[in-house]
Design a protein around this ligand. Structure first.
Ligand SMILES: [Zn+2]
Length: 479
């Protein structure tokens, strides 16, 4: 790579192209072709996320991509929030349709129209369904591959409960999953915020969202989970008869981890000046064996490479790169593509009965006895993921700051801090004016208050209006 990661935007555009993650030359603006090297990783991510979702009682379903306009219009806040972004199908088979169909921007209205047919009594609850699918939104902001495009890939889980308490417990469980998957397995740190009322999901009572930081200090939203309350169940007539024979509306939640965007966070969080760096469990190819060949000993070295590949291919996606290119060229290429472990084998290593194991994350070279290579690789793989997570956490922690005034907030943001904690008058609708001031002054957005926090300001004033502060909000510049 010719571009340093410190020039993040350029670096990101370059790596997504050079590592063949996507191709932007498709003929519809904002629609991106994802290539195998990204899709293999995203499929793994789907697998891990789906395991977390299913182990908590969700079952999969698949709903149609088209939503009749009449379904879509049932919940008024939802309509207002999404209509500006909807792609409509207005014609089929050469004829204009009587009713137009929305290409789902999200599936509440598709799924809940069926939920009202399926839910009758307490025996039908809780209902916890999820689907993996793509959705379409006509974004007006600048698109960037994986970060924001007009078609993206996600999981959406939509749950119904008999009580408000169960719905709230589900919101907590959704956050727990984000920690277990995105942080523990993808090694990407984030903070979970309760969004201010003016920035919640269209149709929700409350929105909670995990925000990570890009290397340029700007915030990127990863999954969000929404307490829908009974807004949708009333609009869609999703009712059950309780034990006393009384009809009740269900309590609902929905959860939307956008896999393609979380993939962007993986690239951005771990990559370096040489290119991609991937957690071992997400790498399409986990080990590349590069033979160091001389004509006269070629056969012996290649044979050893095959033996080693055989030893480890049970546990690692492995490839021997025996192409005609020079070893140096191959090293650069696979480093750029983010292969976590390289094994080098030359004739001298064959004679000494060793291999050289090289870590992508640290560049460390380790000499390992051939017979011990499989055990050693397990250890190295774990060490790599641990290092990536700790390195990312440490960087992230250093990006969080505090400010007591508008001026200080500006300084902290200019100094490269991602999240700045500020005393704020309120996160209810009346606070929106103050949030607008933050945007005007410093191009900062109020992302929310820390979800799991009893952190309440004492004797502090709102940085915008000067009224007594009731909440600590986190400000950030955002994608
Ligand atoms: Zn204020």
């Amino acid at each position: 790579m010719d571009i340093k990661k410190s020039d993040f935007s350029e670096w990101y555009n370059t790596i997504t192209k050079d590592a063949e993650l996507c191709d932007l030359r498709y003929g519809i603006k904002g629609f991106v072709v994802f290539r195998p090297w990204s899709v293999i990783t995203m499929n793994r991510m789907y697998g891990m996320y789906e395991q977390a979702v299913e182990s908590r009682g969700h079952v999969p379903a698949l709903f149609p991509a088209l939503i009749p306009e009449s379904y879509f219009m049932k919940e008024s806040d939802h309509v207002k929030g999404f209509v500006p972004e909807v792609f409509w199908v207005t014609e089929a088979g050469g004829n204009k349709l009587e009713e137009r169909y929305a290409m789902r921007p999200t599936s509440e209205t598709a799924m809940y129209s069926m939920y009202s047919l399926w839910i009758h009594g307490t025996k039908d609850l809780p209902l916890k369904l999820y689907q993996r699918c793509q959705v379409w939104r006509h974004e007006t902001k600048a698109t960037k591959p994986f970060i924001r495009s007009r078609e993206f890939y996600w999981i959406e889980a939509h749950d119904c409960f008999a009580t408000r308490e169960e719905a709230i417990a589900q919101v907590h469980e959704d956050m727990e999953m984000a920690e277990e998957v995105i942080h523990a397995q993808f090694c990407v740190p984030f903070l979970f915020f309760r969004r201010p009322q003016w920035d919640k999901f269209a149709g929700a009572e409350d929105t909670y969202a995990a925000d990570t930081l890009m290397p340029d200090g700007r915030a990127l939203q990863l999954p969000s989970t929404h307490m829908l309350g009974q807004h949708f169940s009333k609009a869609f007539d999703i009712k059950f008869t309780d034990e006393k024979g009384k009809d009740q509306y269900v309590w609902q939640t929905c959860y939307g981890p956008a896999i393609s965007r979380i993939y962007a966070a993986v690239i951005a969080t771990h990559g370096d000046d040489k290119g991609l760096v991937l957690p071992v469990r997400l790498a399409p190819m986990q080990v590349v064996i590069v033979p160091i060949l001389k004509e006269e000993t070629k056969q012996k070295v290649l044979e050893r490479c095959k033996e080693v590949a055989k030893m480890i291919s049970c546990c690692f996606f492995t490839k021997i790169d025996d192409s005609d290119r020079t070893p140096g060229f191959k090293f650069n290429e696979w480093e750029m593509k983010g292969v976590p472990i390289r094994i080098e084998i030359g004739m001298r290593d064959v004679e000494a009965d060793v291999v050289i194991v090289v870590r992508r994350d640290t560049g460390e070279k380790i000499k390992v006895k051939t017979s011990e290579v499989d055990a050693k690789l397990d250890e190295v793989a774990q060490a790599i993921d641990k290092n990536l997570r700790e390195r990312a956490d440490k960087w992230f922690e250093g990006k969080v700051a505090h400010a007591d005034s508008m001026e200080d907030l500006g300084k902290k943001l200019e100094a490269g801090h991602g999240f700045v904690r500020v005393p704020f008058c309120t996160d209810q609708m009346e606070g929106e004016k103050c949030a607008d001031m933050v945007k005007e002054r410093h191009s900062g957005n109020i992302r929310g208050s820390l979800f799991k926090s009893s952190d309440v300001p004492k004797d502090k004033s709102c940085i915008a209006c000067g009224k007594p502060a009731t909440v600590y909000e986190y400000a950030a510049r955002q994608y």
